[in-house]
Design a protein around this ligand. Sequence first.
Ligand code: PLP
Length: 481
Amino acid sequence: MTPTNVEQLKKLPQVSEVMQHPAFASVAEALPHDLAANMAREAVDAARQRILTESAAAPSTDEVAAEACRLAATLQQPSLRRVVNASGVIVHTNLGRSMLAQEAIDAVNDVIRGYSTLEYDVKAMDRGSRHDHCERLICELTGAEAAIAVNNNAAAVLMVLSEFAAGREAIVSRGELVEIGGSFRIPDIMELSGARMVEVGTTNKTHGYDYERALTADTAMLLKVHPSNYRMFGFIESVGIGELRGIAEAAAARADLPQAPLVYEDQGSGALLHLDAFGTYAEPTVRASLEAGADLVSFSGDKLLGGPQAGIIVGRRELIARLKANPLARALRLDKMTLAALEATLRVYLRPERALESIPTLRMLTEDAEQVRERAESLRADLAERLPEGAAELSVVADVSRAGGGALPMCDIPTFALQVRFLAGNAQACGRYLIQECPIPIVARISHDAVLFDARTLTDPDELRLVVAGVATYFADKVKG
Ligand SMILES: *Cc1c(COP(=O)(O)O)cnc(C)c1O
């Protein structure tokens, strides 16, 4: 410790001084004494750390008290809260992936208001299973014999590997050893499950015979992983579900193999409808994977399906029955709020044309660009009325939205955005202001010194109003000052 540091440390206020400081005292009054004292202590500690590690000067008591006030305010404010997504990334993983359909919101509200049939069978007037609420619907929508929904798709993959491949081998192509954002890696999940991973093929090419040669008496599974967030081009080859089915059937006929391996696809995004608008890049549907011969398919509830966070496993009845009996099904089970949202979302899909309208993720993915342009234009007009002279240049520009969430990575979705160019202030500062200072943070895109508000993900009139208010407030300060 340098002599200067020691001197600065001596200048730091005591916790009791911060407690008595008029600015903090009024805040502290509203808090239990111990809690207020913790805030004051934290503020003093933070200042001490800055002196020690950055050789900073000691802050004044006013400054420490202001920091204590800020800490107390943070404690009172929700950390998880609503944001406005003007980024144009539809399934935005950092912003909660899919928005729920109104039907799902209503179902959650209804179920959380009181007691529910979570594990009660009304017909039998006896104990029921929480797995029953969604199963029938999932089967109708995918053509599966049976289904189970758990916490998320990572949990679903873990459960399938644990139940069917623990202590045995699962064959997977080297081209599919993927990492999905947020630390989900196939090799790691494989290790956790106790399955032995047998890698075949190369990064760019894997053939049917690569799987055939790797088959042993210990092979439990042929695993196919959908390359959700990337695509490979050029000299490439991978083996489809249909061909894997054929390999599994041929294995069943071999005397040296005790049983046929399961064909399991981790499909990731989970499209229940084929989105024709995306042509050849449209994600394969769950139904198509089952029809091609997968024994089991798993997928997320909050990616292309557009529902709550969940992992859904579909497939043959006897296999799903084993999963239901696995202790992991208990550990990874869904809560009543998620089940209500999932069931309601799935029910919307019974009428596909309604799903495209009611499920926000599908609506945003497929909305006509002209309609998006109209919203961008009305946003421009509303904001123009609110901006002082000399603040900014506003224009509506053609741009590209993204599906996000590791789906449709090759698809440039045409969109229109309101572009704000700065005559006062600047894009970085405005972007920061909209996120950090607005009561409901607004996440926009910053590009070439302009801020862009993508109208494709701004669907609610209320969100347009928030954007107008946020930007207008930013400029009100700038132009006055
Ligand atoms: C997204 C994804 C996962 C993880 O799903 P979560 O629902 O986020 O847990 C696993 N596998 C693939 C192929 C994915 O795309």
